[in-house]
Design a protein around this ligand. Structure first.
Ligand SMILES: [Mn+2]
Length: 312
């Protein structure tokens, strides 16, 4: 742990890295770290390769500081919630601290703080702050709460336990603006996201006696609705509530015609094994990967379905 504080102490310009297509956990982690590094009187930058970030996260402290250009003068980088190096979207040449909670993380940093049994990267950081006696202000508490809220699927995921609620209680005591977080992250939905959702459910197909739900989202669907990649997540989760469904698969075509895949599962199937075959990663019930070959959504669907069938 102190190796991390040591590295931070010695650095002059630190860049925080949120992953490509960042979620609330990656943005929340970096936001809390940003405040912490300012407390340490460090020069801080925040890098995210994705230039169009979900607006609903813009209430998080320092959000406006996010840049899609990597600062050349940084002498230390900290990656947050990046399951693998590729997720950073850049080849980091300076020292790197890797903070994450994905079981498939291969410890690609010079220093690694990777805790697979933690519900979110924000939970890892909260623990790090507590162990090291860091003063957690309201901004930090709000950012940490947001990551836990989203990665725990609003406190409904399988790995939620008493520790999760204890942390939430403490963060609210520390001044987390949880009502604002709930409103922005859990309650508000854009018209584009709602339109995408209706399209996704209209085109959803069921396989293996309706145990597997599959969504194919074309680039045209994304363009027509104006939705962002993150907007596919809610319908994907919701499909697991269908009484017969155990596994849900999303295949989303990107503007360059590569395909982004996400798998969610309500059983104890290690879907990250499937993701690993394609060079991706994840956790027990959720995984993601990319198919870099230019193939049709139908072709991708049959390839991945074949692998899912083997796991069922
Ligand atoms: Mn996460």
């Amino acid at each position: 742990m102190n190796k991390i504080l040591d590295k931070i102490e010695k650095a002059t310009h630190i860049v925080l890295i949120s992953h490509i297509n960042p979620d609330a956990d990656s943005i929340g982690s970096a936001s809390a770290m940003y405040s912490f590094l300012l407390q340490k009187h460090k020069k801080v930058s925040w890098f995210c390769k994705t230039s169009r970030i979900d607006e609903k996260l813009s209430f998080l402290p320092w959000f406006e500081k996010i840049k899609s250009r990597f600062p050349s003068s940084a002498d230390l980088a900290i990656s947050l919630d990046c399951a693998d190096e590729k997720r950073m979207g850049i080849l980091v040449e300076c020292d790197l601290i890797n903070i994450d909670h994905h079981a498939t993380n291969k410890n690609f940093g010079n220093i690694n703080l990777v805790k697979p049994d933690f519900i979110s990267t924000t939970a890892v950081i909260y623990d790090f702050f507590k162990i090291n006696g860091v003063k957690i202000n309201k901004k930090m508490a709000t950012a940490l709460y947001t990551g836990i809220l989203d990665d725990s699927e609003f406190f409904l995921s399988k790995n939620v336990d008493g520790t999760t609620f204890a942390s939430i209680y403490e963060l609210i005591e520390l001044g987390a603006d949880f009502k604002l977080c709930n409103k922005r992250v859990a309650k508000s939905v854009s018209l584009a996201a709602l339109r995408l959702k209706s399209l996704m459910f209209k085109n959803m197909s069921l396989h293996e006696s309706a145990k597997v739900a599959v969504f194919c989202v074309s680039y045209e669907d994304m363009r027509a609705t104006g939705a962002v990649g993150e907007d596919c997540k809610a319908p994907l989760f919701e499909s697991l509530n269908l009484e017969s469904v155990e596994v849900s698969l999303l295949l989303r075509q990107r503007s360059n015609f590569t395909i982004k895949c996400s798998i969610r599962c309500s059983l104890d199937i290690d879907v990250s094994k499937i993701a690993s075959i394609f060079g991706g990663g994840g956790h027990l019930g959720r995984a993601g990967f990319e198919i870099d070959e230019i193939i049709s959504l139908d072709e991708a669907k049959s390839r991945v379905l074949e692998l899912i069938k083997k796991e069922l």
